[in-house]
Design a binder for this molecule. Structure first.
Ligand SMILES: Cc1ncc(COP(=O)(O)O)c(C=O)c1O
Length: 400
């Protein structure tokens, strides 16, 4: 079938939540994808920061195949060996002592919200159940996580919403200080806002948030669903700031594209959960954990965290150079391989389409002056140069 035939079927049979895609990808390798019409694309979105080891990394494929032919599912009623190995690896890589596994970012955040409230139930006054989040944050689409999301357009159509959330401007410690009163049990933020427009807070912000949480006796939850697993040039984005959270959530890149979510926490916080408090049928299943374990091995053995930092610096330098040549491009922001190209005009959609016509996948963000780049962490210097040559050519065409 062709792109057109697949996409017509999509429009006929799927709930219309994703607009009207024009392309159906059928094959991938490394940083490259092929569509149903046989066209090749350089993928600078990587499934929205998911496919960090590239498409179909041979070691990840083998791990999935071997696990699938050995054992696919039992239940969390029994010990799942790859799950305990994965928990151990994540604990060793991070601040955390224990993990809970789910199937997505939203579910990891649901676990974090429930864990924080359970902790508050054991350690705080009975009224302290509110979670403070940031405006323009994104935490997921389930009812609790969409309510945690500081963007009214995602929440309001689905009222009545769960209670116990309040919002403050991001990167504004005074606003947070005002908001954290005796009703609050946790602050939940992204260390770098992804969906909100790739917003990096001032260097002083996260340390000040940590200090405030300690002073008021509330938990700090960091949502690293988009920033975790090496993307920003550290294993976790909090490591740029010199502080540690009490709870951290991961998903997206954790298993190279196999669904998984994780909620990691310090001992005292994680053990607020007792048997029966939370569960998931599929969370931490054999195949997703085997894929995640091999993803971590690949990130380590191919030095992908450093590559993310190096390629990120190269992208930043090249885009700054482009700004001198093409006035549509103002510059770029972000960390490592999570970047937004900032435009002088609201032409993100046109630029995304012009890049796609030229064989490059990038992402027009909700703010029409921002285009997101989130290539796989295996991306090479040559691929970065190819992508940015296409980006400049597309920007020139769009600016005309
Ligand atoms: C920071 C953040 N948290 C949570 C989510 C939700 O993850 P999922 O779509 O896997 O539920 C996303 C998705 O974009 C995200 O960027």
């Amino acid at each position: 079938m062709s792109n057109k035939e697949y996409c017509e079927k999509l429009r006929r049979y799927l709930a219309p939540t994703y607009g009207a895609p024009q392309v159906a990808f059928v094959r991938g390798r490394g940083a490259w994808l092929w569509d149903a019409d046989g066209r090749k694309y350089l993928d600078f979105l990587a499934g929205i920061a998911v496919c960090s080891t590239g498409h179909c990394h041979p070691r990840v494929v083998t791990a999935i195949q071997q696990q699938a032919s050995t054992l696919i599912h039992t239940s969390n009623l029994y010990c799942i060996p790859p799950q305990v190995e994965l928990a151990k690896r994540l604990v060793e890589l991070s601040f955390a002592d224990r993990c809970f596994f789910a199937n997505s970012g939203a579910e990891a955040n649901e676990a974090a919200i429930k864990m924080a409230r359970r902790w508050a139930g054991r350690h705080k006054a009975s009224s302290a159940r509110t979670i403070v989040t940031a405006e323009y944050s994104f935490h997921g689409r389930t009812l609790a996580t969409v309510t945690a999301t500081g963007q009214a357009k995602y929440r309001e159509p689905f009222a009545p919403l769960p209670g116990g959330f309040r919002y403050v401007p991001y990167d504004d410690i005074d606003a947070l200080r005002e908001a954290v009163d005796e009703e609050v049990c946790a602050v939940m933020i992204e260390p770098l806002q992804g969906e909100g427009g790739v917003v990096v807070p001032h260097d002083s912000y996260l340390p000040a948030v940590r200090e405030l949480c300690d002073e008021r006796g509330v938990l700090l939850i960091l949502d690293e669903v988009q920033t975790g697993m090496g993307r920003t040039g550290e294993w976790f984005a909090y490591q740029h700031s010199g502080i540690e959270p009490d709870i951290m959530t991961l998903a997206k890149a954790l298993a190279s594209g196999i669904p998984i979510g994780a909620c990691l926490a310090r001992e005292e916080v994680a053990t607020a959960f007792q048997p029966g408090d939370h569960a998931s049928t599929f969370g931490g299943n054999f195949v997703s954990c085997a894929a995640a374990l091999t993803t971590i091995d690949v990130i380590e053995s191919e030095d992908l965290v450093s590559n993310a930092a190096r390629m990120g610096a190269l992208i930043e330098a090249r885009i700054s150079g482009m700004a001198a040549e093409e006035p549509l491009i103002v510059g770029c922001r972000g960390r490592g391989l999570l970047k937004a190209v900032v435009l002088s005009q609201p032409k993100a959609r046109e630029l995304e389409a012009a890049c796609m016509e030229r064989g490059l996948l990038v992402n027009a963000m909700h703010d029409p002056t921002l285009v997101r780049l989130a290539p796989p962490l295996i991306v090479s210097e040559d691929e970065v140069e190819q992508a940015l040559t296409i980006l400049l050519d597309a920007a020139r065409a769009v600016a005309q």
